[in-house]
Write a protein that binds this ligand. Structure first.
Ligand SMILES: Cc1cc2nc3c(=O)[nH]c(=O)nc-3n(C[C@H](O)[C@H](O)[C@H](O)COP(=O)(O)O)c2cc1C
Length: 211
């Protein structure tokens, strides 16, 4: 598949074949491929809860507008965005700083500058923290959808769910925002895909406010 074929054939599919499981190696490949997504300072403030047990998916579905695809898909992912991922002491922040120093991209003496830059860019307010977490996790989620398509899998992103209820149900710590759920599987062959949806034109997308 060319990149354009992947982009144009990815759809939010409503019907998954509940009898067609995703081979674990394929799911791993999808996640590993998506993990090439970029992130600010390469902090990668994303995590996934992988639900493939029917009972778990049903626990999620009851807080997700009872959308049947949550449990019909062989796998539904809870995408997590760490609003505190930029904080000194965070496991991956520390790993990342060590990698930056190890690769020569940064010197140990730049640690204070690095911490201050992260705090002012990502931690200046609650809104900034959520923006930091969700923009990066959003790139990751988009990569998951495209990686899935390129591997012959279909997906459906959802923000139709009760974030507080999902947090409580799966004991998700407060530092995580939940930008979306993502069902993954195989399109049910006896169902029909809706025609492609409209998109804004280039003219509608490009704007200026200073003229
Ligand atoms: C962040 C996000 C949340 C969405 N939430 C839902 C949802 O809860 N339920 C649903 O049926 N579709 C949901 N969608 C699917 C969109 O309606 C769909 O992507 C859009 O209409 C474009 O269709 P396409 O993805 O097939 O091109 C969501 C999509 C995104 C990106």
């Amino acid at each position: 598949m060319t990149f354009k074929e992947v982009i144009y054939s990815r759809r939010a599919v409503n019907f998954f074949d509940p009898d067609k499981a995703i081979p674990p190696a394929l799911l791993n490949e999808m996640i590993e491929t998506a993990a090439r997504a970029p992130s600010g300072f390469n902090i990668q403030p994303w995590s996934l809860i992988v639900l493939n047990e029917q009972a778990d998916k049903l626990r999620l579905q009851k807080h997700a507008w009872d959308q049947p695809k949550v449990s019909e898909a062989p796998v539904t992912l809870i995408v997590l965005a760490d609003t505190e991922g930029w904080q000194p002491g965070n496991t991956f922040l520390e790993k990342n700083f060590n990698e930056l120093v190890g690769s020569g991209a940064m010197a140990m003496e730049q640690r204070e500058w690095f911490d201050n830059a992260c705090a002012s860019l990502y931690g200046a307010s609650e809104a900034r923290k959520v923006a930091f977490a969700c923009k990066n996790a959003g790139f990751f989620a988009m990569s998951l959808m495209l990686a899935a398509k390129s591997l012959g899998l279909d997906t459906h992103p959802m923000d139709g769910f009760d974030i507080d209820a999902v947090r409580a149900e799966f004991k998700i710590p407060d530092n995580f925002w939940i930008p979306l759920l993502l069902s993954v599987g195989y399109f049910k062959s006896d169902k029909e895909l809706m025609p492609p949806k409209w998109r804004k034109s280039v003219e509608e997308i490009t704007v200026r406010f200073d003229q």
